[in-house]
Design a protein around this ligand. Structure first.
Ligand code: ADP
Length: 161
């Protein structure tokens, strides 16, 4: 069985992430979205909340699952027997970082292939951090995230004000 992981913070999951996951799910028999379990203070949602938001976003994707992980991404890949790691590439911003990450991961785990999918044109400039900033300032975020994420984001942002 071809298995891939799609690791990230997903704080929260956006339509850009979802587009990558949907396309990757057509390339692999199983795709596991790996949510970094990190106590990073900069994150808006807890690990449990981020997992739940992903879970609701993938209900119509039968071969996609979500799991949290901590530690090295390559160890998570090995644990779930993944042959590939999927990442999304937006224009400009992501390439250098993804290239460095891929080189490091290749050294750590030579058999794990990194598969980068180009971000959709309409989501090229969409990032979770910009989205959070827009939500904090009361911007209209509905076209960037699934409905349940927009609701959760508004609620969370208000609770932190
Ligand atoms: P990380 O903390 O690993 O950067 P993110 O949740 O920000 O986690 O992103 C996870 C992956 O999704 C990364 O490969 C990132 O480049 C990609 N990604 C983020 N936003 C988009 C988008 N709008 N379109 C396509 N891919 C994206």
């Amino acid at each position: 069985m071809t298995i891939a992981i799609y690791p990230g913070s997903f704080d929260p999951i956006t339509n850009g992430h979802l587009s990558v996951a949907t396309r990757a799910a057509k390339l692999f028999e199983k795709l596991i979205i790996g949510v970094y379990n990190t106590p990073d203070k900069h994150l808006l949602f807890t690990t449990e909340e981020r997992i739940e938001l992903v879970r609701q976003a993938i209900v119509n994707l039968p071969n996609v699952e979500v799991e949290s992980f901590s530690g090295l991404t390559v160890d998570f890949a090995q644990k779930v027997k993944a042959q590939a790691m999927v990442r999304g590439l937006r224009m400009g911003a992501d390439f250098e970082r993804e290239f460095d990450l891929a080189m490091m991961n290749k050294k750590l785990s030579p058999d794990l292939e990194v598969v980068c999918l180009m971000a959709d044109q309409e989501y090229q400039f969409l990032s979770s951090s910009l989205l959070k900033e827009a939500a904090r300032l009361g911007g209209k975020i509905d076209s960037f995230v699934p409905k349940h994420v927009a609701t959760a984001l508004r609620k969370k942002v208000h609770s932190k004000m």
